[in-house]
Design a protein around this ligand. Structure first.
Ligand code: SF4
Length: 400
């Protein structure tokens, strides 16, 4: 993992420095396959945002973005990332000596399927670097995905091609594009299998492992090395199952995590749950990079479908049914909702969902107030106590 992530950042850096290849910045569920198929090196600012959170640099950098007018209430990936740019400090240069930070972009490409914040985020850099910002405006609150949805997104994808050709100086090669979509599909299928292996009792992996292992699925989908990586990982997980190795020793409770990770506190949370013999083994977040619709024979249409079928753009009914399927599939005893202060888009506890799930499954639930990156919004003591009390509640329910 370390090796391929380093290779990813070194290749990006080289492309930007030598100008041998153009660099596109892309949102995490943006049209990466089209960009890679057109020969761009692709950088994901949200991945950088998560690195800023995991290394705990974010909380100090966010105020710099606030000072130039970006509210502390908006996405803390955005504010941490802009703060990092303003200060010229990046976890990339700390982890990989010789790299100054994120590669300079030639074009910025977004998809608002996650939220509007990504568009504003990319527009900031468009103004800074004086490069084009192009994107897909998506539908939101989608119930059933219809032909009209798919056509509208596919048309927007096709409309991007002339601009991208102008930036790259090369014509779109359909065969190469299809090859990349095919690889992306393989990656996504393997990643899905990795996540689903957690249904085994006891689970061989946790949500906390997943937040690390998802790296290649996020930043290297469409590449052979991501496929190779997940084949290896799967084999390892299957072996763990054969040998009876559990991710959490003496697994007693199986928990679902809904919402963003709290990047700066993953280790503390993972340790606490393990001590309580509670395995947080599945999440909506890690599953957000599963795109079963991708199909190399229909690259535009299948990408359109893949990027509109996402959980985050769907309506409440879809989300509730999705949770129901996950709860049954993974044999979940309890569900924790992370209400992330700066990401309402990934916080599903605000419109009665928690109560509906509790009632429907006769399942205790817990809401943790925090944030993905801004640790000022998170009270560790309060969360610790709440988690402890929650696991006691699960124990009582079982009559233990
Ligand atoms: S979905 Fe949330 S975390 Fe992701 S970019 Fe939007 S506001 Fe930020």
């Amino acid at each position: 993992m370390k090796e391929i992530m380093e290779a990813h950042f070194r290749e990006l850096d080289e492309a930007a420095r030598t100008k041998k290849q153009k660099v596109a910045w892309c949102t995490s569920v943006g049209p990466a396959e089209l960009l890679k198929g057109m020969g761009f090196q692709v950088f994901y600012p949200e991945n950088h945002g998560a690195m800023l959170g995991a290394t705990r640099m974010a909380t100090d950098l966010i105020p710099l973005a606030n000072a130039i007018g970006y509210s502390p209430d908006i996405c803390s990936y955005l504010t941490a990332d802009i703060g990092s740019y303003l200060k010229g400090e990046s976890p990339i240069s700390k982890a990989y000596p010789g790299i100054d930070g994120p590669p300079r972009p030639d074009v910025l490409v977004f998809n608002t399927n996650q939220c509007r914040d990504v568009q504003d985020w990319f527009n900031f850099y468009g103004r800074e670097f004086k490069v084009p910002v192009i994107g897909i405006q998506t539908h939101r609150g989608v119930g059933e995905v219809t032909r009209a949805h798919i056509d509208s997104i596919a048309d927007q994808l096709k409309a991007m091609v002339p601009k991208l050709e102008e930036v790259s100086g090369k014509k779109l090669d359909m065969e190469e594009f299809k090859r990349v979509v095919g690889l992306s599909r393989q990656c996504t299928d393997l990643w899905k299998e990795v996540l689903e292996i957690a249904a085994h009792k006891p689970s061989p992996l946790t949500f906390f492992d997943g937040t690390v292992q998802m790296g290649p699925a996020v930043v290297m989908r469409g590449e052979q090395r991501a496929v190779d990586y997940y084949k290896l990982l799967l084999a390892e997980l299957k072996q763990r199952i054969e040998e009876g190795v559990a991710a959490v020793d003496g697994e007693k409770y199986r928990i679902y995590w809904e919402g963003m990770p709290i990047w700066g506190k993953l280790r503390e949370l993972s340790t606490q749950f393990a001590e309580l013999q509670a395995c947080v083994l599945a999440s909506t977040y890690c599953s957000s990079w599963v795109f079963p619709a991708l199909d190399a024979d229909e690259p535009f249409e299948s990408m359109a479908r893949a990027y509109i079928e996402l959980f985050i753009v769907r309506d409440e009914d879809y989300k509730e049914e999705y949770f129901a399927r996950q709860i049954r599939h993974y044999g979940i005893d309890g569900m924790i909702f992370h209400d992330a202060k700066t990401c309402p888009n990934n916080s599903n506890d605000r419109y009665g969902m928690v109560e509906r799930i509790s009632r429907r499954f006769d399942m205790p639930t817990l809401v943790i107030h925090g944030d993905l990156n801004d640790l000022r919004c998170y009270s560790e003591e309060q969360a610790r106590t709440n988690i402890e009390a929650y696991i006691e509640q699960l124990a009582e329910k079982r009559g233990q």
